[in-house]
Design a protein around this ligand. Structure first.
Ligand code: PLP
Length: 475
């Protein structure tokens, strides 16, 4: 029976077996995606019996894969004990324990935290907290947020207003907030660092731009500067140049602007350290931080806002509470699940495994895609990332003069579809950024931290095979 779902996101495979069951979901993809019925480790089984290797962890979520017995037991135990209480009336043990774990993970950077049902909710919470901070500090004139082009901070109207991702903003542009939302350049050295500039000079230029924006708006009107520590879906596992966040934070400090990091995708171990900001020499913790995907590892729908002492105290010493809440905030089942996921990561030393297998993945990708003579070599613009978070960016505007005939489709989307046909889940975005100089297509690979080296080899085989097939057919 044809699906009634208006589906989102990367296209479903074209040569797919039609869905075996009718559905009533309003889908996010243009056509009915295949239906998953079970999962074990990095493998996901569909209702037609096919088994897919999930090399993107859902969407950088499933950090310990599916079917982990320890987590399954923790979920059952918590469901037996206490499923739900309303967070405005009662706190609960798992929420208290998880909050303590997250605060401790910041090694002094954070004093409190709050839980939400996912990433966008956490970002909304962070934005309202930042605004409330200034309200409590008797500076209600602070109403401006500054974020970056080529960024994604969520899908609600406010978080999409903060996001610098043009294709996601269509067709909502007219209902997004514009007045108090300002954008500065992304930190994207490989594309935007000028030939005559050193990395240091590039960072200086970006800092100058931020400072100029503060001055134009009036620094005492700015609430905060918001950035993804490592950019996720907009550009693909893109880290800032060395020294960037340290320098940016000092510009924020100079004008008493809050420094807010979105680690919804890149945090909670994805970069090989608990917080992505720990992965760089800078080691610059933010005033407010959001995390989500890797927190519950896909076993629970949960996000969190981590709050520094300074911000938390301004709230507690004045109004006394954070004026923001949702029904499913600090959900006992979600929190108990997240505790179990985090304990598995620690007990099985998965950050170390993620770092090692991630390096191996990158090494194989570079070898197979970028070696002289490799079919994809002239078009592979970059292989970048860290930990268990990698992306390959392709570019067809180079000196080869060759253009692809993809019948109006985008390379990354076609490759993503082809990968799925070969039994591999990855996530491609094409020209998503769509701003001058960024014509690239990128494909993200963000597997579970407990992937094995053997599984990495299979992932690379299927991925390179798919890329080369599409290139051969369209060159
Ligand atoms: N921020 C970043 C950096 C993200 O990658 C995402 C989701 O991909 C979000 C915010 C929104 O999170 P959610 O999809 O859980 O609402």
């Amino acid at each position: 029976m044809p699906s009634k779902l208006l589906s989102n996101g990367p296209p479903a495979p074209e040569k797919r077996v039609p869905p075996s069951r009718p559905t009533a979901i309003l889908h996010r993809t243009p056509s009915q995606p295949p239906i998953a019925v079970s999962g074990e480790g990095i493998n996901v089984t569909l209702d037609d019996g096919r088994v897919l290797i999930d090399a993107i962890g859902g969407v950088a979520v499933a950090c310990i894969g599916n079917g982990h017995r320890v987590v399954q037991k923790a979920i059952r135990d918590q469901a037996d004990k206490l499923a739900y209480v309303y967070n405005l009336q009662l706190s609960n043990e798992p929420a208290e324990e998880l909050a303590r774990m997250l605060v401790d993970s910041g090694k002094g950077a954070f004093e409190y935290c709050g839980f939400f049902a996912g990433g966008s909710e956490a970002m909304e919470g962070a934005m309202k907290l930042a605004r409330q901070y200034w309200f409590e500090k008797k500076q209600p004139q602070r109403k401006n947020f500054i974020s970056r082009h080529l960024s994604y901070h969520g899908n609600t109207v406010t978080t999409l207003s903060l996001s610098g991702h043009p294709t996601r903003r269509v067709p909502f542009e007219e209902i997004l907030h514009h007045d108090n939302f300002h954008k500065v350049s992304p930190a994207y050295a490989k594309r935007f660092q000028r030939p005559e500039e050193s990395e240091e000079q590039y960072v200086e230029r970006l800092c100058q731009e931020l400072e100029d924006t503060f001055l134009t708006l009036g620094p005492d009107t700015v609430i905060g500067f918001v950035a993804e520590t490592v950019v996720g879906t907009s550009t693909g596992a893109l880290a800032a140049p060395k020294g960037y966040f340290k320098a940016i934070k000092s510009v924020c400090r100079k004008y008493s602007v809050l420094f807010i990091l979105d680690e919804i995708m890149c945090g909670m171990g994805r970069m090989g350290t608990t917080h992505a900001w720990e992965s760089f020499g800078d080691n610059e913790p933010p005033d407010i931080q959001t995390v989500a995907k890797g927190l519950g590892g896909g076993y629970a729908s949960i996000g969190a806002v981590l709050v520094s002492k300074e911000v938390a105290e301004a709230i507690r010493d004045n109004n006394g509470f954070w004026k923001h809440g949702h029904t499913y905030q600090a959900h006992p089942l979600s929190c108990a699940t997240a505790i179990a996921v985090q304990k598995v990561i620690a007990a099985e030393n998965l950050l170390e495994n993620g770092r090692q297998t991630g390096e191996y993945l990158a090494e194989l990708l570079r070898e197979r895609l970028q070696s002289p003579g490799a079919l994809a070599e002239p078009f592979t613009f970059d292989v970048r990332g860290g930990g268990s978070f990698w992306a390959v960016e392709f570019d067809f505007t180079g000196p080869t003069g060759k253009t692809l005939n993809l019948k109006g489709k985008q390379f990354a989307s076609v490759v993503t579809t082809r990968c799925m046909e070969h039994g591999l889940l990855v996530m491609g975005r094409s020209g998503g950024a769509n701003i001058k100089g960024t014509e690239g297509d990128h494909i993200i690979l963000a597997p579970a931290y407990n992937i094995t080296k053997k599984e990495v080899e299979r992932v690379v085989d299927l991925f390179v095979e798919s890329v080369e097939e599409v290139l051969r057919e369209s060159l």
